[in-house]
Design a protein around this ligand. Structure first.
Ligand SMILES: Nc1ncnc2c1ncn2[C@@H]1O[C@H](COP(=O)(O)OP(=O)(O)OP(=O)(O)O)[C@@H](O)[C@H]1O
Length: 273
């Protein structure tokens, strides 16, 4: 892939405008680390119930963007409007409470738990947040909810397996399932197919797509696999040096000259044909 050069124009073209209700809007969001501008005056809107991808070269600011939305880091300036409320700078725990969950390596929190125990712990954590410490919880209800979540991500056959003994793809499913236990309306997925072979990737993104359809939640995923992005994302946003280079449908992004120049590379259109 071609190296990303700082965009001279910004953004070159935004042919796509999503007409749906915006569940999340980023307004002039900025974040720097010393002299590095990781998020460069980003503004973008995410429609409720959409499945969209964030792409861009290494160092483009994708992870930083997820860190900002999920409250892991605070922006220098700008707004993150979620369900009409500015959540910029709120602590991560409060943001989860408001309905944004991020699936990443949570399984490592429960390495000595079985899959069922991990789900039960996540369900209890969610319910404890909603009630007070002394609210009695039915073991049956916890078990049923954990079972439901395991089935949602297709891990019910691994209920008695220790989390750390799961295969790589199964760990990812556990991460996603544990994020779903938080009952989010917006789910952030950080490279759901990373480290997988071609067949496993298709299987994983197929599961993510099925979940998105069934749960009717908004999903934003970071992904490097262009075949997956172009096949599954309704809207694709391309970052380059922290700025929005372009946004649009697969067709629009594929043929966007600025994206080809900065990210996809000149050979891409011929390869795709
Ligand atoms: N905590 C930090 N301290 C200093 N610099 C950081 C920090 N986090 C990110 N950066 C820098 O900000 C820029 C954006 O990084 P980020 O990880 O968001 O990019 P990315 O698009 O997710 O990259 P990749 O695809 O490699 O994961 C990079 O130059 C990175 O080195």
């Amino acid at each position: 892939m071609a190296a990303c050069e700082r965009p001279k124009y910004r953004p070159t073209s935004i042919p796509h405008r999503d007409p749906g209700r915006h569940v999340l809007s980023l307004v002039n969001l900025k974040k720097s680390f010393g002299g590095i501008i990781a998020t460069d005056d980003l503004s973008m809107d995410f429609s409720q119930g959409s499945l969209s991808a964030i792409i861009g070269p290494n160092g483009a600011g994708k992870t930083t963007l997820f860190n900002l939305i999920s409250g892991r880091i605070r922006p220098d300036s700008g707004r993150i409007v979620f369900n009409n409320e500015d959540i910029a700078g709120l602590p991560a725990t409060q943001i989860v409470h408001k309905g944004i969950a991020r699936a990443f390596q949570v399984s490592s929190i429960f390495p000595t738990f079985t899959v069922r125990q991990s789900f039960e712990a996540a369900v209890l954590a969610k319910w404890r947040k909603l009630n007070n410490l002394f609210t009695p919880f039915s073991q049956m209800a916890t078990r049923e909810r954990a079972q439901e979540l395991m089935e949602k991500v297709g891990l019910q056959h691994r209920a008695c397996t220790l989390s750390r003994h799961l295969a790589h793809g199964e760990q990812k499913l556990l991460d996603i399932g544990l994020a779903l236990a938080l009952e989010p309306s917006l789910l952030l997925l950080d490279e759901p197919t990373a480290g997988m072979g071609p067949e496993e990737r298709i299987d994983m993104i197929g599961r993510v797509h099925a979940l998105w359809e069934r749960e009717k939640i908004t999903v934003i995923f970071i992904e490097h696999d262009m075949d997956i992005v172009f096949e599954y994302a309704q809207v694709i946003r391309v970052l380059c040096y922290g700025a929005l280079l372009a946004e649009g449908t697969a067709e629009q992004i594929r043929s966007n000259q600025a994206v080809i120049d900065a990210y996809l590379g000149a050979g891409f259109t011929e390869d795709a044909a």
